[in-house]
Ligand binder design. Structure first.
Ligand SMILES: O=C(CO)[C@@H](O)[C@H](O)COP(=O)(O)O
Ligand SMILES: [Fe+2]
Length: 222
């Protein structure tokens, strides 16, 4: 995945599941593909498991950014790293030991990413940031695409950006939920550099134009 910012990662949650190979090919101009794994327990929705992630990995020309919305991440997340995906995101609310899990994911060879639900404070994690490659600040309640962007999450991004600079680390700051042309600049200005976009990309008539438009709107603020 390019380390050039801003990075745009369309979410295949908004794609046509009956046509997934073409849907993944359609976003080849993006910086990655975001794959939302949901288990009907951590969130009230059910999507894919490792078999589907492996299939997407086989046909994708862009790196896979796997977002695990599952309980018991300590048990299941390493298996996704073993598929060879670029990045594995697990939720802070779903692990007993985020540092140990991040170390396992990194040792297997994927980037380790920590996600925070809207109600989860960022402060307890600030001293641990060097253990992670990315932090995902959710800007909707996880579970569904097509929800409204929560601008009140922006202080978390600012806090994370300052803390990453204090640590002197290259931490990717990802936002997920309601990212569109009218919200991406706000998130970029608050410090995000990596943007998940489901409906605003897959719902567009011209997917390449949507990706380019998002990139331009976010770049404006960097
Ligand atoms: O993780 C999630 C939802 O829980 C996301 O990745 C959604 O897929 C984003 O969809 P949009 O809000 O961009 O439509
Ligand atoms: Fe997601």
């Amino acid at each position: 995945m390019t380390s050039n910012v801003p990075r745009i990662q369309p979410s295949i949650l908004a794609a046509d599941f009956a046509n997934i190979q073409d849907e993944v090919a359609r976003i080849r101009s993006a910086d990655g593909v975001h794959v939302d794994v949901m288990d009907n327990h951590f969130v009230p929705n059910l999507t894919f498991g490792p078999q589907m992630v492996e299939a997407v990995q086989r046909v994708s020309t862009v790196p896979l950014d796997v977002h695990l919305m599952i309980t018991d991440a300590d048990r299941w997340a390493p298996g996704y790293a073993e598929l060879g995906v670029f990045s594995v995101t697990f939720h802070a609310e779903a692990t007993n030991d985020p540092v140990a899990l991040a170390r396992r994911i990194r040792a297997i060879g994927s980037r380790a990413s920590l996600a925070l639900k809207p109600g989860t404070a960022v402060e307890p994690y600030l001293d641990l940031l060097p253990e992670f490659d990315q932090v995902l600040v959710m800007t909707v309640e996880p579970g569904f695409g097509g929800q409204s962007f929560m601008a009140e999450m922006m202080p978390k991004l600012r806090t994370l950006r300052v803390a990453a600079e204090r640590h002197g680390i290259e931490l990717w700051l990802q936002v997920d939920g309601g990212i569109a042309l009218d919200t991406i600049a706000v998130a970029a200005e608050a410090g995000a550099d990596t943007f998940v976009a489901g409906s605003s990309v897959y719902g567009a008539a011209d997917v390449d134009a949507a990706i380019a438009g998002l990139r331009a709107a976010a770049a404006h603020r960097h």
